[in-house]
Design a protein around this ligand. Structure first.
Ligand SMILES: *[C@@H]1O[C@H](CO)[C@@H](O)[C@H](O)[C@H]1NC(C)=O
Ligand SMILES: *[C@@H]1O[C@H](CO)[C@@H](O)[C@H](O)[C@H]1NC(C)=O
Ligand SMILES: *[C@@H]1O[C@H](CO)[C@@H](O)[C@H](O)[C@H]1NC(C)=O
Length: 479
């Protein structure tokens, strides 16, 4: 009964806060004047042009071509790459494989500056994927941790095969690097913790390590309640301790305040759709405007950002790749923003925190790719028998953090991170950057540098390497 009541109260509070957030965002958009502003003809034209640039399958985007990969399980992923998967040149090339994974509300196109850098294209096989339910990749019924992580792992293992990573012998020195942002970061951190053999280095930006964030919240709440109980025991002198208890909770409150949109995503589907598309897309427009940091935001940038979120439209859905492939037939193009509820599914179905029940095939595949690598620290990949902090990253990782992130509180997301890293891992603070590190002009240069460093054998200290192009960058934790 108590459990039932707790659950009911949690749902009620979640609902109320979600609704409040929708109203708050609506109010702010109204105040900014974007809510009732109709999209101009110019904006619609830019969107249409951008959709053709990003999603027309017969077009290349600055050296990247469109490909589809249907997993053995039948699920169809869309990605862009500078080399055809499974082609003789991909299989035999000595080049490392770099896989880029985007977050909310984006697609492969958030990597349009980084994955097109000539220095990366000349020395690596670059692959930028669309997560399930985003861009041109098929959607899932439910975005549970198991559903999402199984698909992602199956994709990465297939990409490794088709770019010749696991074909080789011990002399095959091909490396795999996973670069991820926001939701891509959240999911990749889980991979680094629970399936570390997937990559030789993870480069991760501005997404919470949920195990660490959870532990920080519990620690803060426990210490506040201790202070609170002490105050109750001596009520006469309790004013200061009560204030102190509230102050201790500060980071949790600040994170809750920043997370209003996460609660809005828990509302009934019609309201979620309204939240994400209503008021002439003012929520999306606000995110995209902020994503360019201090850089300029031209009408063309606006169109490109919206096209990245919205994915292909009916027009592009009819295009084909050079190999004669087209977008999954399961995507419905009747709505101009076909994938909007899929994006919300990641927030609604527990993809970040719920248990990942690995299939037998996944366990076997992970074991097989770890086989040749004697440096693996976690041999089961199950994470259960591993020593140390639960949820800690088990693979070499470099975390980049845009310090001015308005969605993530650093005390919740970063305090104690060193305990969650293995040797040869670092946290680099990008002091001038916000949440959208792959887009903001300064941080995207830094991220290209980091990928170059990883591709070319990790020579030199990452802090020094980054400071060459981003002087104020600081390594704030390392193992
Ligand atoms: C982790 O990084 C270190 C230093 O770059 C390297 O020696 C080691 O082989 C890496 N481990 C794996 C599993 O790639
Ligand atoms: C969007 O713009 C149009 C045209 O100005 C306006 O009529 C409409 O109310 C706006 N807001 C919503 C919620 O659609
Ligand atoms: C896609 O691009 C091709 C080649 O540039 C062009 O001929 C075609 O009209 C485009 N398709 C659509 C639907 O825009």
């Amino acid at each position: 009964m108590g459990n039932f009541i707790t659950k009911a109260i949690t749902r009620l509070v979640t609902f109320a806060y979600g609704l409040y957030s929708v109203c708050l965002y609506g109010y702010l958009a109204t105040k900014r004047g974007t809510f009732f502003k109709k999209r101009t003809d110019r904006q619609n034209l830019e969107l249409q042009l951008a959709r053709d640039r990003l999603w027309n399958l017969s077009k290349d985007y600055a050296g990247l071509s469109h490909y589809f990969l249907t997993l053995p399980s039948g699920f169809k992923f869309h990605f862009v790459s500078n080399g055809a998967h499974g082609s003789p040149s991909a299989l035999t090339s000595e080049k490392p494989l770099v896989i880029f994974i985007h977050g909310f509300p984006d697609s492969w196109a958030i990597w349009r500056y980084i994955a097109t850098a000539p220095s990366l294209q000349s020395s690596a096989n670059v692959v930028a994927i669309d997560l399930p339910g985003y861009g041109g990749t098929e959607g899932l019924e439910k975005y549970t941790a198991t559903a999402v992580l199984e698909k992602l792992t199956e994709l990465i293992i297939t990409l490794r095969t088709q770019y010749g990573v696991d074909q080789g012998t011990e002399t095959n020195k091909k490396r795999v690097i996973i670069v991820a942002h926001d939701w891509g970061c959240v999911l990749s951190m889980r991979l680094a913790a629970e399936a570390p053999s997937l990559a030789h280095r993870f480069i991760l930006s501005n997404g919470p390590l949920m195990s660490l964030a959870g532990s920080n919240v519990r620690r803060i709440v426990a210490s506040a309640s201790k202070i609170f109980n002490t105050a109750l025991a001596a009520p006469l002198s309790s004013r200061t301790p009560l204030l102190q208890a509230l102050r201790t909770l500060g980071p949790v409150f600040r994170q809750l305040k920043m997370s209003g949109y996460v609660f809005a995503m828990q509302l009934p589907p019609t309201l979620v759709t309204y939240f994400l598309t209503g008021g002439n897309y003012s929520f999306m427009a606000g995110i995209h405007k902020g994503s360019h940091g201090r850089g300029e935001f031209t009408p063309s940038d606006e169109g490109t950002s919206m096209a990245s979120s919205m994915g292909p439209s009916l027009a592009e859905s009819k295009t084909q790749t050079a190999g004669g492939e087209s977008y999954p037939s399961t995507i419905k193009y009747t709505h101009n923003f076909a994938n909007v509820l899929h994006m919300a599914g990641y927030y609604r179905d527990g993809a970040s925190v719920a248990r990942w029940r690995k299939s037998v095939e996944t366990v076997a595949n992970l074991h097989s790719i770890a086989g040749g690598n004697e440096l693996r620290r976690s041999n089961s990949g199950a994470g259960l028998l591993d020593e140390g902090t639960p949820g800690a990253l088990q693979a070499n990782s470099t975390v980049f953090w845009g310090q001015k992130d308005i969605a993530l509180n650093p005390q919740i997301c970063l305090d104690g991170m060193a305990d969650y890293l293995v040797a040869d891992s670092q946290v680099v603070m990008l002091t001038e950057s916000g949440h959208f590190t792959p887009i903001e002009p300064e941080s995207r240069v830094a991220m290209v540098k980091a990928v170059e460093w990883a591709i070319h054998g990790e020579k030199g200290d990452i802090g020094a390497v980054i400071q060459e192009c981003y002087p104020s960058a600081k390594v704030i934790a390392r193992r």
